[in-house]
Design a protein around this ligand. Structure first.
Ligand code: F6P
Length: 354
């Protein structure tokens, strides 16, 4: 099947009134050469998404160009044609084979002009951007300023993107965090200690809440809900009275208690004299490692979904997963910041941690 050379004719029938219908035939410029890049923080499963994009291009006989180092590499013209064999043996690897960056230059109009010029000179007529909110903001700019076709694939361990139930990398990160907390629990219980464990999530508490429940944390502090540090002390005192000898408190890095994790540790030690307190910051181990099966499958589905969307003439959208179905939403919706925290999960955490 060769879909790569023609423009696509799309037929619409619009019913205005009971008796009036209008027929429209619109010609959509067919994409032939697709660029793909990963941008922002790396996330396990990005490689599965790149592989799916490249192989879907091969399947539909489109050309695929890998852009290295995200938007930074686009500005520096680090572009290379990829084929199905270029992406062999990467599905099991963490990180991103195309490398990633948080590009300052792309935030400037000059940087974006250069990036656009390089896309045009390479003959690329659509771009797949694999990343999180910063990456999608960049993609939207390309679309708005140059009408350049873009499709986003959500990939960030934070799971903080609207219009998708899950982002690539989140599942693997959760498992890494639970595994790390399990190990810390051994020391906490052997020494009767209280551990404060900081997990990633600048603006989102998804990792903290879910890994916290999964690892049996006693308290979980998330950016979306600030209940105050006094409540934390009261709760720890109460559980101490009921016989708890050690405790795990999971703190999202973006929590809004007003204290950083070390200050929080000192505060707890001052107010709970009978506990020995330790602080552990998990850091970037949360972003690394071999992707879980879930993230590999999700990356594969969204990668194919992105090419399907471009072939249907969609642009300025993100391909996500909602109730197990591949769906596209506008990048604008994907970037909406108002996300509801799962109140049921918070209730479950409150009940199971007493
Ligand atoms: O966006 C993913 C994330 O891992 C955040 O949770 C974290 O705050 C941030 O990236 C760290 O970014 P960097 O590796 O650039 O310091």
């Amino acid at each position: 099947m060769n879909l790569s050379t023609e423009n696509v004719l799309v037929f619409f029938r619009i019913r205005l009134l009971e008796s009036i219908t209008i027929d429209l035939i619109i010609m959509i410029k067919k994409v032939n050469n697709i660029g793909v890049l990963t941008s922002g923080g790396d996330a396990p499963g990005m490689n599965a998404a790149i592989r799916a994009v490249v192989r879907a291009c091969s399947f539909y006989e489109l050309k695929c160009f890998g852009i290295y180092k995200g938007y930074e590499g686009l500005i520096e013209n680090e572009i290379e044609e990829l084929n199905a064999r270029s992406v062999r043996n990467i599905i099991n690897k963490g990180g991103t084979f195309l490398k990633s960056a948080r590009s300052r230059a792309f935030r400037t109009t000059e940087g974006r002009a250069k990036a656009h010029q390089n896309l045009v000179e390479a003959g690329i007529d659509a771009l797949v951007v694999i990343g999180g909110d910063g990456s999608f903001t960049g993609a939207m700019k390309l679309y708005e300023e140059y009408n350049f076709p873009v499709v986003g694939i959500p990939a960030t361990i934070d799971n903080d993107i609207n219009g998708t139930d899950y982002t690539i990398g989140y599942d693997t990160a959760l498992n890494t965090v639970v595994d790390a907390i399990d190990k810390i629990r051994d020391t906490a219980s052997s020494h009767n200690r209280l551990f404060l464990i900081e997990v990633m999530g600048r603006d989102a508490g998804d990792i903290a809440l879910n890994a916290g429940i999964g690892a049996g944390a006693e308290e979980i502090l998330i950016p979306e809900q600030n209940l105050g540090v006094e409540r934390l002390i009261d709760s720890l005192k109460r559980s101490k009275k009921t016989g708890k000898t050690s405790s795990i408190i999971v703190v999202a890095e973006g929590d809004k208690s007003g204290k950083n994790i070390f200050e929080l540790g000192e505060y707890v030690e001052e107010n709970l004299k009978d506990y020995e307190v330790r602080v552990s910051v998990l850091g970037h181990i949360q972003r690394g490692g071999s992707p879980s099966c879930y993230d590999r499958v999700l990356g594969s589905k969204l990668g194919v979904g992105a090419i399907d969307a471009l072939l249907k003439g969609e642009s300025n959208v993100m391909i996500g997963i909602v109730n197990k179905k591949i769906e596209s939403v506008s990048l604008e919706v994907a970037l909406t910041k108002e996300r509801e925290m799962d109140q049921e999960l918070i209730r479950v955490s409150d009940i199971t941690s007493i």
